[in-house]
Design a protein. Structure first.
Length: 81
C-alpha cells in the first residue's frame, strides 16, 4: 500500500504551485504583502532576530531583579506609596 501512495505523490507536479496570493481577495492584498515581508525577514534573519530578543529579555529580567533586590534590601524607606 505504501508503494501506491508514494507513486501517487510522485505524479503530482508541485514546481509551479503558488502561495496564498492566488486566493487572497484583492482588498486584503496590502495586508498579505506585509505578512510576506515579515515572513521573508524571519527566513533571512530568524536566528539573529531570536538571539537578540533573548539577550534583550535576559537584560530586562536581570535589571528588574536587581531593582527588586535594591528596593527589598536597601531602599526600604525610599519608596512610599
Amino acid at each position: 500500500m505504501s508503494s501506491t501512495k508514494d507513486s501517487t505523490e510522485d505524479q503530482i507536479d508541485t514546481s509551479e504551485v503558488g502561495g496564498l496570493e492566488e486566493i487572497v481577495p484583492e482588498p486584503l492584498m496590502p495586508v498579505w504583502k506585509r505578512i510576506e515581508l515579515i515572513q521573508q525577514f524571519r527566513e533571512t534573519h530568524g536566528d539573529t532576530y531570536v538571539t537578540v530578543f533573548e539577550v534583550l529579555t535576559a537584560i530586562v529580567l536581570a535589571l528588574g531583579y536587581l531593582w527588586w533586590a535594591y528596593i527589598y534590601f536597601i531602599g526600604d524607606n525610599v519608596v512610599t506609596i
